[in-house]
Design a protein around this ligand. Structure first.
Ligand SMILES: Cc1cc2nc3c(=O)[nH]c(=O)nc-3n(C[C@H](O)[C@H](O)[C@H](O)COP(=O)(O)OP(=O)(O)OC[C@H]3O[C@@H](n4cnc5c(N)ncnc54)[C@H](O)[C@@H]3O)c2cc1C
Length: 409
């Protein structure tokens, strides 16, 4: 493991820092933290600025508007960008997962049509995978696509997706559909891209405890898509979704905003029960010691991932450890911070609350982080099977025709 920047990485970091210093917003954006509504204009403007300078997707090839850079450069940019008060990024799912999937499986004209506008933040994409019957088990999707009976070769999509982040302001989406119920669940799926404004697409935002609506239910009623909107071969959608999911895992970054530094500052200044600074409290010190050990372990695990990226290798399944530890820690840290801040902890207004209500929003977001992109249990299964070499999860439905599964009827 090498924790330090190489000479090239240090030079790149200096270049990125200088550009951010000159171009990043200077004041905190006070709009909607979910990345919709009033903050959208600021998000789009920042995205366009990054795209013009080649920083929007550093690893993408130059002809797509990237820098043809390596993942470690993207990691460096993300880390440096996080030090500036930039607006929310509603483009991440599209650029990190959907557009690379379209670019891998669509023809040149389709690529040319979609890559630039997505990169510049002009068009937003969503990922339509999870359904009421399957989130962890994406292959259990029931939304169906059938050929239109008019001989056009078009497909008609019907069914429901759920937890679709950003669907309410997305222009396009990639959707995994059941096309062959007679085949086992992994072998009868097909992937399409579709226009979210098409007739038959209905988006219903889900109201969250944070007050926002980051994700949605999406209903499809005979939504007509052309066969040219198919990504990959018919019934081969599982392979296509693995490309999307692999890109999701590679979207390095993990949990942010756990607020370790802010927590320590607050613990030094906020009085505890006996009037002395909270940091003197023994119970709090015990928790701090536990978190410190976890944070150090996490830092070294991340360094291992960074080293693999730096050497041009793909990070292994051990990168699953990062989200398990950091999401739980984010939840515990937020909870303890709110207790420590006493009555000020319950104020959920960035303009009035101490630390701009940062711990409030991380406490509200943390449970979602423990579910999104693989639940704690699924990640533990991955670690058990692929890191520790323990026996695999029992998969009784692997070879059963989808229509014969209880959820397939
Ligand atoms: C903030 C957020 C954003 C999201 N954005 C999107 C999005 O944009 N697009 C999208 O398609 N989806 C999105 N999702 C959905 C997310 O992918 C699913 O919620 C997740 O995969 C879990 O699926 P589920 O909710 O159906 O839970 P289930 O899969 O039904 O799981 C329920 C419980 O059972 C456990 N469990 C399931 N299978 C196993 C197993 N084999 N072994 C042990 N335990 C198991 C789980 O850990 C969980 O505790 C988002 C979710 C969140 C929280």
């Amino acid at each position: 493991m090498d924790f330090n920047d190489t000479a090239e990485e240090a030079a790149y970091r200096a270049q990125v820092r200088a550009w951010l210093e000159a171009n990043a917003p200077k004041t905190h954006y006070t709009g909607d933290p979910e990345g919709n509504g009033s903050s959208m204009e600021a998000s789009r403007a920042w995205q366009a600025k990054k795209a013009a300078a080649g920083y929007a997707q550093i690893t993408w090839p130059k002809e797509w508007g990237g820098q043809g850079g390596n993942p470690i450069q993207q990691v460096i940019f993300n880390a440096e960008e996080a030090k500036h008060p930039v607006p929310p990024n509603p483009f991440q799912i599209g650029l990190g997962m959907c557009v690379p999937t379209v670019a891998t499986f669509a023809d040149q004209a389709t690529k040319d049509r979609f890559v630039g506008p997505a990169l510049r933040g002009e068009e937003i994409w969503c990922q339509l995978f999870s359904e009421p019957s399957g989130g962890s088990d994406v292959a259990a999707a029931r939304t169906k696509a059938v050929r239109a009976s008019d001989g056009s070769g078009d497909w008609l999509i019907s069914g429901q997706k759920v937890w679709t982040t950003g669907a309410q302001f997305s222009d396009f989406g990639i959707v995994v559909c059941r096309t062959n119920p007679d085949a086992p669940k992994h072998k009868g799926l097909t992937m399409f891209w579709l226009d979210m404004h098409d007739p038959g697409v209905e988006v219903k935002p889900i109201h969250q405890m944070s007050g926002g609506s980051g994700f949605n239910e999406v209903f499809f009623t005979d939504v007509r898509v052309k066969d040219s909107q198919r990504l990959g071969a018919i019934d081969d959608g599982w392979k296509v979704s693995l490309v999307t999911l692999m890109n999701e895992r590679l979207a390095v970054g993990g949990a942010s905003g756990a607020g370790w530094t802010e927590f320590m500052e607050a613990a030094r200044s906020v009085p505890g029960l006996d009037g002395a600074p909270a940091i003197k409290d023994h119970a709090l010190r015990e928790k701090l010691a536990d978190w410190y050990v976890q944070a150090e372990g996490l830092k070294h695990t991340r360094n291992r991932t960074m080293t693999a990226l730096s050497r041009g290798q793909t990070p292994g399944p051990e990168s699953s450890i990062g989200k398990i530890v950091s999401a739980v820690q984010m939840q515990e840290l937020g909870n303890t911070a709110l207790e420590m801040l006493d009555q000020f902890g319950i104020i959920d207004d960035p303009e009035l609350a101490p630390l701009r209500a940062g711990f409030h929003s991380s406490l509200m977001f943390a449970p979602g982080l423990r579910i999104a992109g693989g639940t704690d249990e699924i990640l533990k299964n991955i670690i058990a099977e692929r890191v520790l070499g323990l026996p695999g999860d029992i998969r009784v439905d692997k070879d059963v025709a989808f229509k014969d599964m209880p959820t397939g009827r």
